[in-house]
Write a protein that binds this ligand. Sequence first.
Ligand SMILES: Cc1ncc(COP(=O)(O)O)c(C=O)c1O
Length: 492
Amino acid sequence: MLYKSILYFVQKGAKSRQLHHMPKAPLPGEPTKPYTLTEIPGPRSEALFNEFSKIQQVDIQYFGDYQRSIGNYLADIDGNVFLDMFMQVSTLTLGYNHRSILGALSCGGNQRIIANRPALGLFPGLEWPCKIQNTLLQPCVAPKGLPCVFTAMCAACSTEHAIQMAFIKYAERRRCGKDFTDEEKESALFNKPPGCPKLSILSFEGGFHGRTFGALALSHYRYITKVDLPSLPWPIAPYPHYLYPLNQYEKENKQEDVRCLEQVEELIEQYEKTMPVAGIIVEAIQCEAGDRHASPDFFLQLQEICKKRSIPLILDEIQTGGGATGRIWAHEYFELNIPPDIVTFSYKMQASGFYHSPEYMPKQPSRVFNVWMGDPVKILMLEAVLKTIEAEDLLTHVCYVGNYLLRQLNTLQHEFSDLISSVRGRGFIIAFDMPCKDTRSKLMYLLRTKGVQVSGNGTKTIRLRPCLIFGEYHADIFLEILRDCLQELPEN
Ligand SMILES: Cc1ncc(COP(=O)(O)O)c(C=O)c1O
């Protein structure tokens, strides 16, 4: 495969000059280019949408044809074929219909695992502990220093259960190891203290951690997901808002870190009497807010604050984990002195849940629990994904192609400096800003008309989230179309 040959050169320490001359081609089964035959959405998508919206309130862009989608290309039911750089909200790791995943799901033994979805917290199969060891807990997969893992149903459930563990640990410590009192047991059933204590989790402005009630209280991105729903009055700290290019604004950005960290400390103090902070949750990269990166130093100091207060640092790697940044975990780039206490995952990992240090394991069973507690099918998929990542050295590949894409976008930024700014990224978590929301919408419309699927986040950002088998060949197709679109934009 193309990326295998790329990686051969990378592994052999080939110089970038040699990499430049590598063969470029589509992956097996892929078209050579994206193409569109209709307006987007096309007439069949429109008609189906009109029917479907009678039974479900949805925000469908178009209906996919998952029989015909392949590799980096998403086909729709109107015959259009898009170069997909959003990959189902960054959740598809190996693109569409990857042979390793299809193989895992059609393998005879696995069919019975799929057919008999067990209540994993009560009746897991014989193979379950071994499957977890060989996937989530592989030494090259589990975040260093976090040997325990809780499997969950979905991304938001990961957040939900992770914060439950943080609260339980906090209350356990306060109780000094004693058993629950009768008053605690009774009052808990009526949502009242002392059984349900007034505790909080500190989150950050612009953060996003999911749409279940606890997770939503920690999410501060789109009002539409929150308005009219009761929430929890937990503390929300400012998140660093850097100026770009980073090397020109080092001093200002450092000051920004200090400002935000001071606020974190102040908020913890402020809430201590009424609703003590039992943990801090933060994304490794704030994704929905517009790919906002904070410095490794910011995370290091945040961790210091947590340690000082004996509360957990919960790192949300739901969108950033699973190889998207060219490492399995984005926080590997921070080079923290000690592991974070809890790391949530989902999306590119296929399976959802969180890792945690042994000290967070609740003393009694059933405290953090639900019937399915995850899905064995997702572990089968993860197994196939991890084997492919290793066999094809996809993390090196993501770093190489990600850097290539960033360099080319920086060049475009010089050329179209009135349109593109703040090009930023790690691996395949890449973004750039447009002058305003309106110009962004126009660019996204043009890109889609020419067969490229990207996504907007934040107020004026375009985010790119290709899958791990996106190559330099695909990057060149995207860049050529992007350049055409930028030239066509009315402002230009
Ligand atoms: C960082 C992060 N955490 C959690 C979630 C889970 O959100 P949802 O409830 O939509 O699955 C998301 C979804 O985009 C996310 O980006």
